[in-house]
Write a protein that binds this ligand. Structure first.
Ligand code: PEP
Length: 253
C-alpha cells in the first residue's frame, strides 16, 4: 500500500526561533495519522538537528533535508553529504526541486547520482519533477516529465525504485497561487504511474507515492488529494502557516 504524505518545504525561510515555534504549533495539534500516512518537514540545513529532536519518537513524522550532495565526502566546500544527514537521524531528502534545477543548474544526470547516494545510505529521496509553462502551453508536458523520470530514476532496480517518492510540481504552479486543477493533477499523476508501470510493472507503479506540489493550500488540499493517483502534496508557502498546514495534513486520504 503506498503512503499518503503531507510534506512541508520551508525553502529558505524562517529564523530558528520561528521554525521551532511553527513546528511546536503543528505538532501540538492532535493528528491521528494512519499507518499509511506520513508528515514530512523539509527544513533548512541549520535547523535539521533541532527539528529532528522535536519529532524524535513521533510515529510517521519525518524531517527532511532540502538537498544533499552526490559525493560521499571530501573537498566539496559548502556541501552536505548523506552520511552527515544520516548521522543526525535524517532519513528523507528532497531532490531536484525546480528551484534547484533552475538556479543551481541541477541536471537529470546529477540528480541520478544524488538518488543513488541517498539509496545507498537508506535515505528516501522525494524526487521532484514538473514542466515549465512553455512546455505546458505546447502540450508536451507528458513527454517532458517522463524524460525526467527516465533520466534520473530508470537505472534503478524495481526494489530501489520502490524506495523513491515522486513529487509532481508543475513549475507554473509553484509559488504563483496558480494551482493545477485537480483534473490536471490527476491526469499527470495517472500518466506518471503508467510510465512507471511500463518500466517496472503494475505492482511497483501502484506502490509508488506520487505527491502533487504547486500552490496547495488548506482550501484546495482535500479536493486535490482526493484524486485517485494523488498521494498527498509537497507544500511550500502554506506550510509556513501552522493552521494551513494542519488542515493540509488532515486532508490526506
Ligand atoms: C514547493 O515549494 O515545492 C511548492 C510547491 O511551493 P508552493 O506550495 O508555495 O507553490
Amino acid at each position: 500500500m503506498r503512503k499518503q504524505i503531507a510534506a512541508a518545504n520551508w525553502k529558505m525561510n524562517l529564523t530558528i526561533k520561528q521554525g521551532e515555534a511553527l513546528l511546536d504549533a503543528i505538532i501540538a495539534q492532535p493528528h491521528s495519522l494512519g499507518a499509511d500516512q506520513q508528515v514530512v518537514f523539509a527544513v533548512p540545513f541549520p535547523y535539521l538537528a533541532m527539528a529532528q529532536q522535536k519529532v524524535e519518537g513521533k510515529n510517521n513524522v519525518f524531517i527532511a533535508a532540502q538537498n544533499c550532495y552526490s559525493k560521499k565526502s571530501g573537498a566539496y566546500t559548502g556541501e552536505t553529504s548523506v552520511e552527515m544527514l544520516q548521522s543526525i537521524g535524517i532519513s528523507v531528502v528532497v531532490l531536484g526541486h525546480s528551484e534547484r534545477r533552475e538556479y543551481f543548474n541541477e541536471s537529470n544526470q546529477l540528480l541520478a547520482d544524488k538518488v543513488n547516494i541517498c539509496l545507498e545510505y537508506n535515505i528516501t529521496p522525494i524526487f521532484c519533477c514538473g514542466e515549465p509553462l512553455d512546455i505546458r502551453e505546447a502540450g508536451t508536458q507528458n513527454e517532458f516529465v517522463a524524460k525526467q523520470l527516465e533520466e534520473s530514476l530508470f537505472h534503478l532496480s524495481a526494489e530501489q525504485l520502490q524506495k523513491v517518492v515522486i513529487a509532481y510540481e508543475p513549475i507554473w504552479a509553484i509559488g504563483t497561487g496558480k494551482t493545477a486543477t485537480s483534473a490536471q493533477a490527476q491526469e499527470m499523476h495517472a500518466h506518471l504511474r503508467a510510465v512507471l508501470a511500463k518500466q517496472y510493472g503494475e505492482e511497483v507503479a501502484a506502490n509508488t507515492s506520487i505527491l502533487y506540489g504547486g500552490s496547495v493550500k488548506a482550501g484546495n488540499a482535500k479536493e486535490i488529494f482526493s484524486q485517485p493517483d494523488v498521494d498527498g502534496g509537497l507544500v511550500g508557502g502554506a506550510s509556513l502557516i501552522a493552521d494551513e498546514f494542519v488542515t493540509i495534513i488532515n486532508s490526506l486520504k
